[in-house]
Design a protein around this ligand. Structure first.
Ligand SMILES: Cc1cc2nc3c(=O)[nH]c(=O)nc-3n(C[C@H](O)[C@H](O)[C@H](O)COP(=O)(O)O)c2cc1C
Length: 385
């Protein structure tokens, strides 16, 4: 009996029909995707290896990249019952404006490496899904055009070049374009070791110089137009708290820091008059320190003590992840790779579907956990495993 059962299982394992079942087909349309992770395989299929490597990779052994996901698995949602969940309200307030969802599109550079319509496709999707978009300094489309496609100004992420005049020029331009919020990225102080990206690059048989004729990063970055960036960098290793204050003083935009992980820095930021923080480790793309962003969130929230909003990003792939971050005190969350996968695979409709899926999943867990309003979620809504 045992013998014939094993034979039958061996037969099944060898059958092509089962093999097909074991590897589900890659999503061919945005509607095929059941969750946002389904877009990853579709992005991998759509992109040349070098560009996929740029999208997927962390640094060194990708330990921080994995930690961003693992941190969520250690948290469990503590559901309440009989809470009348017939109506859900996901609205969140940020700097005097209420958004329909706490989901924000994180800044990412070089989006035309993923789709010809790059940042414009993202802006249109964000407009359609009424979602907040943060534009990277190293955008492949100028902020003015992105704002036009979005129908209103986006938030602007700043990489401050070491040269103060260049930094000032970027800030003045973002402000003139109407951007209401400036997010200074503080977690990329120097070079990084993007091993996964380098390995994927080796798989790419194309000649990079056919698309990047000068081989220089800044030549195709319109925010640096008119600046001499030959032998220059876009990140400033010399940044300190005086620099933060100096920058704060030259703009009327709300001013937030992206990349804070420690309580000390959160306290210093409040003292420096910063308007908000994004807890982030750059999606595991700066150092392999190994600490998940969700694990850093509680100490930052505690240090801030409700004085300014705290956002977070890194590893959000499910509505339940969003819920957990909100329970730990995040006002809102940003997603990076999920919408970049959607963009890579399907352009604007892919980004729209990613936002839709996460919104639906958040709706489900808000009801299932008995907290139909975001404001009802608190530290008692989760437990640590
Ligand atoms: C391909 C790629 C490019 C990125 N470019 C930038 C950037 O230009 N500026 C920035 O502040 N963060 C950048 N990030 C980091 C994201 O803003 C965000 O912190 C991170 O992707 C969140 O993690 P997740 O990808 O796990 O959602 C980039 C991330 C990726 C994946």
């Amino acid at each position: 009996m045992q013998h014939s059962r094993r034979r039958f299982l061996n037969y099944l394992a060898a059958s092509p029909a089962l093999a097909q079942q074991a590897a589900p087909p890659v999503a061919a349309t945005p509607a095929d995707a059941l969750n946002v992770l389904d877009f990853e395989a579709a992005a991998r299929k759509a992109l040349p290896p070098a560009h996929y490597g740029y999208l997927a990779g962390g640094v060194d052994d990708d330990v921080t990249l994995r930690a961003n996901r693992l941190g969520f698995e250690r948290l469990q949602i503590r559901s309440r019952r009989l809470m009348d969940v017939s109506k859900v309200d996901m609205g969140v307030e940020l700097f005097g404006r209420t958004w329909d969802t706490p989901i924000i599109l994180a800044p990412a550079g070089s989006l035309n490496a993923f789709h010809a319509d790059g940042e414009i496709a993202v802006a249109r999707a964000a407009a359609k899904r009424k979602t907040l978009q943060i534009l990277s300094t190293v955008t492949t489309c100028p902020v003015e055009e992105v704002n036009k496609a979005r129908g209103e100004p986006v938030w602007f992420q700043l990489y401050a070049p070491p040269d103060w005049e260049k930094t000032k020029k970027l800030v003045v331009r973002a402000e003139a374009a109407g951007c209401p919020v400036l997010a200074l990225t503080v977690d990329r102080p120097g070079p990084r070791n993007s091993e996964t990206e380098y390995r994927f690059k080796k798989l790419d048989s194309r000649n990079c110089l056919s698309c990047h004729p000068t081989g220089r990063f800044y030549d195709r970055k319109p925010m640096f137009a008119g600046m001499d960036m030959v032998n220059q960098k876009h990140t400033n290793p010399g940044m300190n708290w005086q620099f933060v204050q100096r920058l704060r003083d030259i703009t009327k935009m709300k001013f937030i820091l992206k990349g804070i992980e420690a309580a000390e820095d959160a306290s210093l930021a409040v003292k420096a008059g910063v308007d908000g923080l994004i807890v982030s480790n750059h999606g595991g793309r700066d150092s392999d320190a190994g600490r998940g962003s969700i694990d850093a969130l509680p100490e930052v929230v505690a240090a801030v003590g409700g004085r300014i909003p705290v956002l977070m990003d890194g590893g959000i792939r499910r509505g339940t992840d969003i819920y957990k971050a909100l329970a730990l005190g995040a006002r809102a969350i940003c997603i990076g790779r999920p919408y970049l996968w959607g963009l890579s695979a399907f352009g604007q409709p892919g980004v729209e579907r990613v936002i839709e899926i996460l919104t639906q999943e958040l709706d489900l867990i808000l009801r299932a956990a008995g907290t139909p309003r975001i404001a009802a979620i608190n530290s008692g809504s989760i437990v640590r495993r």
